[in-house]
Design a protein. Structure first.
Length: 256
């Protein structure tokens, strides 16, 4: 097991409900939203719609390329094609989750099975580990901000001497406009972890990084958040939108 110098100032409990993550901080039984839940609700992902349409088109194209001339159940084909993006998204998320789990086991010094479909992603982490002098203190770690009212789970805390550095792993597909697969909203996510880590552990953070792991070809790319304060302001705006979306602001009885 990894020997760590770190102890949290209070406990943070993770609660999963309806595919969303909530957190309880210390003795407070209130359910607080998780960082990824907040960002998913507040920040649209415009690239998802074209991707889903492309998945549908590819499924239809593949169907007719392999069609044997038998009668076609059009409604079944339409339904399958409309939903195919969900299957592909689930498969990609499953691989990403298993890459994360395997790396967390490695960090803790535990034995873990590295199957062929996650080997490239894990190899990317091992290459990163061999390329630097940082001391890894924590793997998957729950955090909570009492001041701002949210929780989260980061992937790794390492130290450069006595200075903490936060990492979050990403295994998303490589972007067309970058040499990695990390998207802008990840900077807001990481900035929120930085603030919550400072509260939970009472330690300042030197830097925060997204660590992209290429789950197809192996390799890695570090992407540093350049302005944590500005990014955290963005996260707080998302948090406010998240809370506002939970309430009804119109009068029950219209006046006109």
């Amino acid at each position: 097991m990894i020997a760590t110098r770190l102890s949290p100032l209070y406990d943070v409990k993770l609660i999963s409900s309806n595919r969303q993550h909530f957190y309880q901080i210390g003795d407070d039984e209130k359910w607080l939203p998780g960082v990824t839940t907040v960002l998913s609700a507040a920040i649209p992902k415009p690239a998802l719609l074209p991707w889903a349409l492309n998945c549908m088109g590819e499924n239809i194209r593949e169907f007719f390329a392999n069609h044997d001339g038998s009668p076609i159940d059009v409604e079944a084909l339409i339904k399958e094609s409309k939903d195919i993006y969900k299957k592909k998204s689930s498969e990609a998320a499953d691989i990403g989750s298993r890459v994360h789990a395997a790396i967390n086991a490695i960090i803790k010094g535990e034995k873990t099975e590295i199957t062929d479909d996650i080997k490239a992603g894990v190899d990317g982490f091992l290459s990163w580990k061999e390329s630097n002098h940082l001391t890894i203190e924590l793997g998957d770690t729950r955090l909570g901000s009492k001041l701002y009212g949210y929780g989260g789970s980061l992937d790794m805390v390492a130290f450069d001497g006595d200075e903490a550095i936060i990492f979050d792993f990403k295994t998303t597909k490589k972007r067309k406009d970058r040499n990695h697969g990390i998207y802008p909203e990840a900077a807001l996510q990481l900035s929120s972890y930085s603030v919550a880590f400072r509260e939970t552990y009472g330690l300042n953070v030197k830097a925060v990084y997204g660590l992209w792991l290429d789950k197809e070809k192996g390799g890695f790319k570090e992407v540093k958040v350049s302005n944590i304060n500005a990014c955290f302001e963005g996260f707080l705006a998302a948090l406010k939108l998240y809370h506002m979306s939970k309430y009804e602001y119109f009068d029950e009885q219209p006046k006109i």
